[in-house]
Every structure is written in structure tokens, then in C-alpha cells.
Design a protein around this ligand. Sequence first.
Ligand SMILES: *Cc1c(COP(=O)(O)O)cnc(C)c1O
Ligand code: SF4
Length: 386
Amino acid sequence: MERPTNVVRPRFRAYGRRHIDRVPELRRLSEDQRIALKAASTVLPFRVNDYILRELIDWDDIPNDPIYQLTFPQAGMLDLGDFLRLEDMVVRGEEGDRLRRRVHDIHLRMNPNPAGQKILNVPKVDDERVLGCQHKYRETVLFFPVQGQTCHAYCTYCFRWPQFVGVKDLRFAARGVEQLVRYLREHDEVTDVLITGGDPMVMSASHLRRTIEPLLDPSLAHLRTIRIGTKVLAYWPYRFLTDRDAEDVLRLFDEVRARNRQLAFMAHFSHPRELGTKAAAEAMRRVLGTGAVIRTQAPVIRHVNDRAEVWSEMWRRQLALGAVPYYLFVGRDTGPKQYFRVPLARTLRIVSAAISEVSGLARTVRGPSMSATPGKVLVDGVTTID
Ligand SMILES: *Cc1c(COP(=O)(O)O)cnc(C)c1O
Ligand code: SF4
């Protein structure tokens, strides 16, 4: 595969709260907006990179720009009283223990690990819990490798946020793949392993190889599909273009195919703009070139994508690039949910209208789907009682 030669090679660099005064794009915020960002990001960490800042966000439409809402915490995501107290502390330059205690209290009130994510459905092998695994639906085991527990950028609506804020006992990750392999040998009903995070595509090619290769072993012939849950195509498509080990990653995907397994990219796209850059199109072309399939999924989120046209346009672009619309979710009951939530009946109207605007090829999407402790619940109609 050829690398583009006539372009600068973008190198991955992430920016967070401590870069607020240094990132050139953020100097376009007003003083008030910048203070609000400093206050909100004490509780809700943000992480962005040059691709998002330069190619995705429309800086002439701040704060309403959907990608800005997707990646930067907003005042309205916090309880007003909390926000005002934090803002006050930021203005007075109080960044020590008092601030940390206040932030910690707010975190504990935000329902980390919804739907029993941490304690339920952890499988066992020889009476030992297989850490970093979750086995809820018969065919599919989830695996959370420890090196994949961050992302190329954070979504403000993410339900995995506890993993990112350094509250240690809230973390949930596996050290190695050995225990998983032992478990799978005893469970031939499992056809799919879904490697997830965070975003497993933050892992180096060699870590990815150490996770995926053992799963291709002939003793696990019942395993047909390796899925990777990722937002890399939206947040850092250069992973497949200019990252130092881009070619190694693609070669690993080739090998999955060569060993008769399907690699399924469960790609998270929140907005059509993420599919509109040359880098994203080229990255998708390369991933598909390995024989992988790309299936797409995202939640419906107020301020980001709560309009039918946004979804129909997103699906049209996905189809044009060879991806298959797969899931559409209802936002989870965690983090700044009051800011993002869309009523179920309205979500259903958005989905129905969006589906009516696209060709049959996009009607592969399932949803609105809602994750709850017993499993995924499909919202499929509105009914009036009495
Ligand atoms: C969604 C989900 C899966 C995968 O379900 P599919 O419908 O097969 O895509 C597996 N495990 C858990 C816990 C899930 O939430
Ligand atoms: S990419 Fe996924 S795991 Fe990462 S912040 Fe966004 S929703 Fe969360």
C-alpha cells in the first residue's frame, strides 16, 4: 500500500485542560467561554487532537458546533450550583485540595458504571474471575485490554468517563489475553470477541497483535469474528495513514482475514462531518482493503445529532464509503445525561424520519436500542394508554 507522499505527516498529539491557554484554536473563545471551559473540565475531562481542532470543528459556530459539543465540556453539562462554585474557584486560582475534593464529590453523584457494568456478567474460568471480560449475550464476549482504555479524543457524552478521570477503583480492564483464551476454549458457543475500551485502536500494532493473534489459534475454531469497537476513523484516521505502525496494523488485519476470521470494525460515528474529510475516506478505504467490514453505531445525542437529516446524511456518507449502518443507541443514564438526553418518543421519530429518507441499503440499522441491566431493549413504537 502506498503512503501519501506529498503531504505533511500528521503526528498524534493530544490536548487537555492544561493546554487551554496554549492551543491556538482555543484563543478564538471569549474570555468567559474560556473560563467556563476551565471550570467544566475540572469535572469532565476533555482530550482533543489536531485533526479534530483543524479539520472537524467549525470555529465560526462556537459553541453550537456539533463537534465542539461532542468534544468540549460545556457549563450546562453540570448542575448550575456546582458549575458556579467551580467557576468561582477557577477565577480565584484555587486549584488545590479543596477543588479536588469538590470534583470528587461531583463525580460520585454522576452514576459511574451504569447497568452494573463492572460487577455483572464477569465470566469465570477455574473459579477465577476473568478480569476485563464481560459475557452477557451467548455469542459475544467483550474484552477490555488494559492498553486500550483511553481514546484519541473523548466524547463529552461518554458513559466510560470514570475510566478517564483516574478514580482507580472505578477502572475495569484486563491485563492479558491468556485467561480469555482459556475461557473461550471451554465455551464453544462464543462466535465473537468484541475488543473494546476506551478505544483499542490507541494500542500499538504490537499490543494489538498480542491481543488478536492468540484468538486466531486453531483451537478456537468456533470463534468466527473479531470485532473492534472504535472511534478511530472519526477521531484519528491517520492511524491508518501516517502513524509509524500504520502498515503493521493493516498487515495484522490482513492476517485475520487470511486465517479465515472476519474482522468487524464497530465504528462509532456521531456526525456526518466525521465522514467528510479526505483522511477519513482514505482510512476507510485501507481498512476495507484488508477484507474487514465496517459497521457503524452511535447514540442519539442532543446538541450533537438529534435531527433526522443528520442521521440520513451520515448513513448516506457511510454507504458511499462502504460501511454498513448497524446500531443506533439511546444515550445512557450516566454522566451529564440531563444535557444530552432526547426523549424516547422523539428519538423514535428522528430514527423513523431518517430511515424514510435513505435507500434500502441503509435500512440495516437497528434502533433506537437502549442498554439496560437485562440487555438491549429495542424501542419500536409509541402507544397511548387510557
Ligand atoms: C451490544 C452488546 C453486544 C453485541 O451485541 P450484538 O447485537 O451482537 O452486536 C455484546 N455484549 C454486550 C454486553 C452488549 O451490550
Ligand atoms: S470514543 Fe467511545 S470510549 Fe472513547 S470517549 Fe468516545 S464514546 Fe467513550
